[in-house]
Design a protein around this ligand. Sequence first.
Ligand code: TIU
Length: 222
Amino acid sequence: MAELKAEPFAFPLRRDAVALVVIDMQRDFAEEGGFGASLGNDVSRVTRIVPDVKRLIEGFRAAGLPVIHTMECHRPDLSDLPPAKRDRGAPALRIGDDGPMGRILIAGEPGTAILPELAPVDGEIVIEKPGKGAFYATPLGDILKDKGIAQLVFAGVTTEVCVQTTMREANDRGYECLLVEEATESYFPEFKAAAIAMIRAQGAIVGWTARLDAVLEAIADA
Ligand code: TIU
């Protein structure tokens, strides 16, 4: 077991049982004309973390550790899109509508793709998810069980929506979860700060948080 400097206390890293989960680093959340922008958000905040997410992914690859990517998206026939999700609020474009990068948040459309700098390589698992959490209505739980994964390191967007929802789902399923601070972002800086604080409060009630360099050092040494 390697010790990883983290908050609120050291994370007991197990090299034989850890995987990286990169949540929803898709064009739809990072580029103009996508889902995130359609909701009225400043998507440039997401673009700024791409170099740090890339360093994290490359660190896991170099250490020979599993990398899992998720994508929030729906079937072209919208059969996995609850009306309550599609009809909420007054976005510029709704899920399934035609946008400048293809249909918003629909599997296989150009805008739904993972950012090219962070694209999965051969052998990496990609989970398409219709919800905010990556366990709901996906095979993620079975895949992790098959691989003997017990610890999940998290990156991606947005901190308080899909990342935190997935961490909470994972925590309830018994996984030890750690969020890498520079490798996650929100459209709202105060929500990112609050999510980090609430995850590690009360003796790591949801999980740990750590700086990128501490994670990279620990996985390289492990
Ligand atoms: N809107 C927002 O902050 N997030 C999402 O809709 N999905 C994810 O976080 N991936």
